[in-house]
Write a protein that binds this ligand. Sequence first.
Ligand SMILES: *[C@@H]1O[C@H](CO)[C@@H](O)[C@H](O)[C@H]1NC(C)=O
Ligand SMILES: *[C@@H]1O[C@H](CO)[C@@H](O)[C@H](O)[C@H]1NC(C)=O
Ligand SMILES: *[C@@H]1O[C@H](CO)[C@@H](O)[C@H](O)[C@H]1NC(C)=O
Ligand SMILES: *[C@@H]1O[C@H](CO)[C@@H](O)[C@H](O)[C@H]1NC(C)=O
Ligand SMILES: *[C@@H]1O[C@H](CO)[C@@H](O)[C@H](O)[C@H]1NC(C)=O
Length: 340
Amino acid sequence: MVSSGAMWVSWPQVSLLVWVLVLFKVGGAFNASQELDTLILFRKYIFMGIYWEEDDQAGRMTGKIEFEQNCLWESWNEIDKSPCAWFGISCTSDGSVRAIDLPGCNLQFSDSTFEDGSRGLRGLENLQQFRLTGSYIGGINFTESLCTLVSLQELDLSDGSLVEDLPDCLNQLGNLRHLHLDGNFFRGSIPRLDNLTKLQVFSISRNKLSGPIGSHLNDLVSLVDLDLSSNHFSGSIPLLTNLVNLKNLNINNNNLIGFEDPAFPGPQNLTRLLASGNQLQGTLPVGIVQMLQLEVINMSFNQFTGEIPEGIIRQVERSFWLDLSNNQLGGSCRGTHSYQ
Ligand SMILES: *[C@@H]1O[C@H](CO)[C@@H](O)[C@H](O)[C@H]1NC(C)=O
Ligand SMILES: *[C@@H]1O[C@H](CO)[C@@H](O)[C@H](O)[C@H]1NC(C)=O
Ligand SMILES: *[C@@H]1O[C@H](CO)[C@@H](O)[C@H](O)[C@H]1NC(C)=O
Ligand SMILES: *[C@@H]1O[C@H](CO)[C@@H](O)[C@H](O)[C@H]1NC(C)=O
Ligand SMILES: *[C@@H]1O[C@H](CO)[C@@H](O)[C@H](O)[C@H]1NC(C)=O
């Protein structure tokens, strides 16, 4: 009699085991009925935002819908229990909502929509992409309601009308890659976002943010594009030497007065440095001479004094733009230079 200590598992058992592991690994469990409830509520919020006006003919009040006609709202039909077929919604293979993509749909949310933070957007924990570009979102604390969307990789609320402080809880969205909040009325300072280590694009231009930029941005080590232009940031530009992937830094049109380290050593791979329209003082930071990837430097409309450092203009194979006009600089090269 031959006996073996090994335990044999048949192939069907192995594949079942793998399947079960996959189910638990990807996205986590989701509650389809809770997801649907939240979407139906979301749809109700949108329709509550319709504003009413008097009908000339009958003297009755009629709802005026300003939605972009190309956005097919009829498909958002709660009788259809599968939101995966609704306009702007995409799902994962197991039927969980992965994306809500409604850019340019001109959604109008009512003012009271998100006051009840208890519900918010709960149930959409598997959502990875949320794009509401160009919507009027009047509800207070809307941004806070987004903090439950822990799987989010892309959030785009640009050109909306959000008037709020950025909530601290944004730091929970550690999976974010793209965060576009441009063209709103965000105010206050940038909260700590040091947990967003996967963030590649952060743009929050054309808002009302103020105070110092905050050295914690130096922890966003995956950043490639950082656009803080056209706000009211003041104080110094922090050290950003950890941002080795950063290619584009735009801090145009703020109230910045200088560099935390006057030499400004880095970020080393920066190709575009736009710092025009601030109150930057003192001599030009010598660090930019060592930033060998720079192709565009625009530090026009500031208060730099002294000489333009030797070596800032160098032979590069790419084209090279340098705009230092409207400062109080001396030396042999002033104004705008372009080298092809
Ligand atoms: C799913 O969510 C609904 C509320 O939308 C709730 O009534 C139900 O108990 C939940 N089911 C599970 C399994 O959590
Ligand atoms: C909005 O958020 C702020 C800060 O978290 C909180 O103090 C306030 O109560 C919230 N307002 C509402 C209506 O939830
Ligand atoms: C940081 O992000 C992860 C997701 O990547 C999240 O699980 C965690 O709670 C976040 N930590 C904090 C302190 O918010
Ligand atoms: C950035 O620069 C470092 C050297 O400072 C280099 O090792 C790295 O490969 C560069 N990364 C990119 C994305 O260019
Ligand atoms: C530099 O910035 C200013 C103000 O934003 C702009 O007018 C100018 O055209 C820019 N210079 C270059 C060379 O792009």
